[in-house]
Design a protein. Structure first.
Lengths: 423, 292
């Protein structure tokens, strides 16, 4: 009996000694998202934690306020071991590539071969792999095809057709019907779409780290937005603001099909289709283009990343958890498409083979992946750049400044921000 | 000696909390206001540059400061007048008076919450309750949030709606006024309005003064309402200074500049508070006051 006890104790000690070095870590992970993502991620963490003998404390919230919380934690060196990070935040946290743990040094634990070279390059700063893209996302047009069918109108494929369709829709369905919707951020995206289609260039020239667009071209892009409002293809900013700070999918006119289309992230399809009244059908469509467009102007980017804290005491354990969630069956099956279509090839294959991805999301994502356009700079979504765009476009929308002045203000303002990131 | 130590021990949680969560951040923010600090790297001393930029070239600051002062100067008198008016009515011995007192106090418990701000958004939205009532009565619908002239007014109303705490304090003050004074005034032929102006108001001036200071400080710090309802728009017409501080600190990562704005706001609040204290010598009457 004594021998049995001794052997059991020796085995237990040996096992704990073996696992202690590489595993049995207490980790923290933070992310933002909605309920479905929260539930799936907690399940994935439980399964992956059990698989490797770690415990991972979840810290989750909605998108609003996440950046502020993470910033405070990063400033104080108290950030979680594993973090979900928005791709445009990379320059904020890791201007020199040193803001996060270099995942290249964990390549024995994380199977990096599941990502394309282009995807890895998007999260690489100065040779340091700052995070792993969870999915690639982009903007697509969503249209309420039921309203269009009721009006007997085909979906527009060019901007020239678009204006004619908008006029016909109002004539057939009533003055309260709008073919399109854009708030202040939507106005920025419209101007960007105009520019990327007409010039083939992104906002930022990567060679000079300055705005690539000319004042003349951006003036035309702003005028294009103005024309959309003037021809009543969409509500003005003033009309939009009447609802207060409210999302499109919360609006009654969207649910009833009076607002027919919008330009949204492919992965948000169900966020926009679910609130529609019964019988209303939403469809993702290919980019609407100008006749003389040099590209589709697709707004495509790495949607979000998993990154490891540079201050973590357990990089190997964090890497095991990330690899499990993104590349191993336990994590893939638990997370499904709660963060969009997986960028990891093995996860994508596994989920599509199992029919776990909704066909609507697959269809929307296929449009994004097939379309052409310049590589986007993360500065497109730098908070200060976005606020320069929205403040200036708002002044233009309220008739306080002309389009040429707005273009000049935007370009000067964005260049000032970019200058702060000169190496 | 032992009793002193015991007293200090009892006080220590408060003193530690005051030091750690108030005094140290207070001092640090003053230092940071003279630095260029983006949170990710160490603060760099920049002297007065943040303050110089604020007062010479920052159009947003000027706009935000104007909006904030307008908001405070509209909200505080309106809220105090409304709170006093309701307290005066609730001071009468009416049927179900306790129910009404509770009901009028409820908004101030809920008022600062996110849920109420969201509800406010729906009430004043383009197709919200207020516009439904207006159009039902034959008036034109009003663009409450989209028109810069109206947006601040809706935010102001939200603040005024939270009059409950000021009302309760006024009610307590009204109840402490000696009834014999009213009886004497009535015998001398004073009307209710005269009694209110010449007896009630002077006797409750310490409470008016207290409420004035409290409401003014709180109004300068308003954040939830405009953040949730309008995000400071349109055209920054509801962009109060606390929103600007928040954006500079956590959206633009310029903690030094945000600290400078916070200190300007602090100085404004302090100056107005001192002004109120100075003026109080002329209009606030305390028990035992020897003035005529």
């Amino acid at each position: 009996m004594k021998n049995l006890i001794k052997s059991t104790l020796a085995f237990a000690l040996a096992t704990s000694a073996l696992t202690g070095a590489a595993t049995a870590a207490d980790l923290r992970m933070s992310w933002w998202g909605g309920d479905s993502r929260h539930i799936a991620t907690q399940e994935a963490l439980k399964l992956c934690g059990e698989k490797y003998g770690h415990t991972v404390a979840p810290e989750f919230t909605g998108f609003s306020g996440y950046l502020e919380k993470l910033t405070t934690q990063m400033a104080g060196g108290t950030e979680p071991d594993i973090m979900q990070v928005n791709w445009p935040w990379l320059p904020l946290f890791s201007q020199d590539g040193e803001g996060f743990y270099d995942l290249n040094s964990l390549s024995e634990t994380i199977d990096l071969s599941q990502w394309s070279a282009e995807e890895l390059a998007a999260t690489d700063i100065k040779g340091k792999l700052n995070g792993l893209s969870i999915s690639t996302t982009g903007r697509v047009f969503f249209f309420n095809t039921t309203t269009m069918e009721d009006a007997g109108l085909p979906l527009p494929t060019t901007w020239e057709e678009f204006f004619a369709t908008a006029a016909a829709l109002r004539e057939k369905m009533g003055e309260d019907h709008y073919l399109y919707n854009a708030g202040l951020d939507g106005a920025r995206l419209l101007a960007t779409l105009y520019m990327t289609q007409k010039t083939g260039q992104d906002l930022v020239d990567p060679d000079t780290n300055r705005v690539a667009w000319s004042v003349e071209d951006l003036t035309k892009a702003i005028d294009f937005y103005g024309e959309m409002v003037e021809k009543k293809a969409m509500n003005s900013i003033e009309q939009e603001a009447a609802a207060g700070n409210q999302y499109l999918y919360e609006k009654r006119d969207w649910a009833s099909g009076k607002i027919v289309g919008s330009y949204e992230w492919d992965t948000t399809f169900f966020k926009f289709s679910d609130p529609l009244d019964e019988g209303e059908v939403l469809t993702a469509t290919k980019p609407i283009k100008f006749a003389d467009a040099v590209s589709d102007g697709i707004y495509r980017k790495a949607s979000m990343l998993f990154a490891i804290s540079k201050n973590t005491k357990n990089p190997q354990a964090a890497a095991q958890i990330i690899n499990c969630m993104l590349n191993e069956p336990e994590g893939i099956d638990a997370l499904k498409d709660t963060r969009g279509l997986p960028a990891s090839q093995t996860a994508f294959d596994r989920l599509t083979d199992a029919g776990m991805i909704a066909p609507e999301i697959l269809e929307a994502n296929a449009i994004v992946m097939a379309a052409s356009g310049p590589t986007l700079s993360p500065f497109n979504e730098h908070p200060e750049v976005m606020s320069i765009f929205s403040d200036t476009l708002e002044e233009y929308a309220y008739g306080m400044i002309q389009s040429d002045e707005a273009a000049e203000v935007i370009i000067d303002g964005v260049n000032k921000v970019l200058k702060g990131f000169d190496s | 000696m032992r009793q002193r130590l015991l007293g200090l021990a009892y006080l220590s949680p408060y003193i530690i909390g005051l030091l750690v969560f108030t005094m140290i951040p207070f001092g640090v923010s003053f230092y940071l206001s003279f630095t260029d600090y983006n949170l990710m790297s160490s603060p760099k001393w920049s002297g007065l540059s943040n303050y110089i930029e604020l007062f010479t070239s920052d159009r947003t600051f000027r706009k935000s400061l104007t909006v904030t002062l307008l908001y405070v100067f509209i909200t505080v008198p309106l809220k105090l007048a409304f709170a006093l008016f309701i307290a005066y009515i609730l001071n009468y011995r009416l049927r179900f008076i306790n129910f009404f007192r509770t009901a009028f106090y409820v908004p101030s418990i809920l008022g600062g919450s996110i849920a109420i701000a969201v509800l406010w958004r729906y009430i004043f939205a383009g197709e919200g309750l207020v516009n439904m009532m207006l159009t039902g009565l034959g008036f034109e619908a009003v663009n409450w949030f989209g028109d810069p002239q109206n947006a601040l007014f809706t935010i102001t109303l939200l603040r005024c709606w939270q009059f409950g705490s000021a009302m309760v304090i006024f009610l307590a003050a009204l109840q402490s006024v000696d009834k014999s004074l009213y009886e004497a005034a009535a015998i001398d032929g004073a009307s209710k309005a005269h009694s209110f102006i010449f007896i009630t108001i002077p006797l409750i001036t310490p409470v008016i003064f207290f409420n004035l200071i409290m409401q003014m400080v709180q109004a300068f710090q308003e954040f939830n309402g405009p953040y949730i309802i309008t995000q400071g728009g349109p055209l920054k017409s509801t962009y109060l200074l606390p929103l600007y501080i928040y954006d500079e600190a956590f959206k633009r990562f310029d903690m030094g500049y945000a600290s400078a704005i916070a200190w300007v706001l602090f100085v404004i609040i302090m100056a107005l508070t001192l002004l109120a204290f100075w003026s109080s010598k002329k209009w606030v009457y305390y028990a035992g006051d020897k003035r005529n």
